[in-house]
Design a protein around this ligand. Structure first.
Ligand code: TRP
Length: 340
């Protein structure tokens, strides 16, 4: 380890880790709810972000498409402001320790607790023809992702909270059996309102798998597409731009506008007092399109430079391997594997 004062100081920062599956372009929801914040945390914390490609195998994928999506997702992380000079960025399958620790943890995981996972129940109902063992043990791999890096905090969306709870349980169980091995991670909850809803059915979460393309914005949508989708956003039959229960569509647009512009809900209400929904929707569309302009431009530049991307993910894999090897070695020793 480097002995410089700076390195020691860096060592003390809290570790934040999160992953995202490479299943297509991120939505505005992924961006506002997750990746935009990941970028902001890079100075305060020691951050690790990765593309969870192994997790994607739990649903049948087209191999060529998955490869392309993984590289695109990696480029998107960088395009959204994740700086490889500040943060560890890598691709999960490039670091074999994830799969190795996942196996060990799965031997400390009960069938019953995996059966209770709501995501498993949902996904096995949706993909009834492919209820594979990986889909079932998915949380053990996610626990390995987190515990290998001794993460203090894990930013996760609502749908992943149960998996993080599971991670804490399995880590605690292991520590109780073998003595302190893993840091017990906390969920990092992004500030309220960062949940972006569908533009067409604002009681549902914005999702890129929505059949109606007007329901979601992807972060690579062109400006005119973004503006048109906001123009078509479902609101209500009133006229006032104000945040109130029951006004799900307007509440969602106000939340988006607030996160993008940094204005409070009250300031937004004042800004649009006496103006109609049309003006408001246009303003939201323009603000979002402007915010995403840099991401779009960065992505275009980065995805044209495969050599650079490769260099960044190779370096990330090496660094990730070095960090995760420490935890994995401890684990192997503790459970009684013969160390070579
Ligand atoms: N399962 C997460 C999702 O689908 C992605 C993920 C994999 C993850 N490993 C992780 C997130 C570790 C946080 C920490 O969204």
């Amino acid at each position: 380890m480097e002995g410089t004062e700076q390195a020691e100081k860096k060592e003390k920062k809290k570790v934040i880790l999160s992953g995202i599956q490479p299943t297509g372009v991120f939505t505005l929801g992924n961006y506002i709810g997750a990746v935009k914040n990941w970028g902001k945390m890079q100075d305060e914390y020691d951050c690790a972000y990765f593309i969870a490609d192994l997790h994607s195998l739990t649903i049948r994928q087209d191999p060529a498409a998955l490869r392309k999506q993984s590289l695109d997702a990696f480029a998107l992380l960088l395009a959204c402001g994740i700086d490889p000079e500040k943060s560890l960025v890598f691709i999960q399958s490039h670091v074999p320790a994830h799969s190795e620790l996942s196996w060990v943890l799965s031997c400390y995981t009960q069938f019953g607790e995996l059966s209770r996972m709501t995501q498993f129940k949902d996904k096995s109902a949706r993909h009834a023809d492919n209820v594979n063992a990986g889909l079932f043990t998915y949380p053990a791999l996610m626990a390995a992702d987190i515990l290998l890096y001794q993460a203090d905090m894990v930013p996760v969306g609502h749908d992943q909270k149960q998996h993080l709870e599971f991670t804490r349980d399995v880590a605690t169980r292991f520590n109780n059996l073998y003595g302190s091995t893993f840091k017990i991670p906390e969920a990092y909850i992004p500030k309220a309102g960062a949940r972006v809803m569908s533009l067409q059915e604002p009681t549902k979460k914005m999702s890129k798998s929505d059949e109606n393309p007007n329901a979601f914005i992807t972060i690579l949508d062109e400006p005119n597409v973004i503006i048109n989708k906001f123009k078509r956003a479902v609101t209500d039959s009133e006229k006032e731009v104000c945040f109130r229960e029951g006004k799900d569509g307007i509440n969602n647009l106000m939340t988006i506008y607030s996160v993008i512009t940094g204005r409070t809900l009250e300031q937004i209400e004042q800004e649009f007092e006496g103006k109609g929904y049309g003006d408001f929707k246009l303003a939201v569309g323009e603000a979002v399109s402007e915010e995403l302009r840099e991401v779009r431009e960065n992505f275009k530049r980065l995805s044209a430079d495969k050599a650079y991307l490769e260099q960044v993910y190779q370096a990330g894999a090496q660094k990730a391997a070095a960090i995760s090897a420490r935890t994995l070695a401890k684990v192997k020793k503790k459970v009684g594997l013969l160390v070579k």
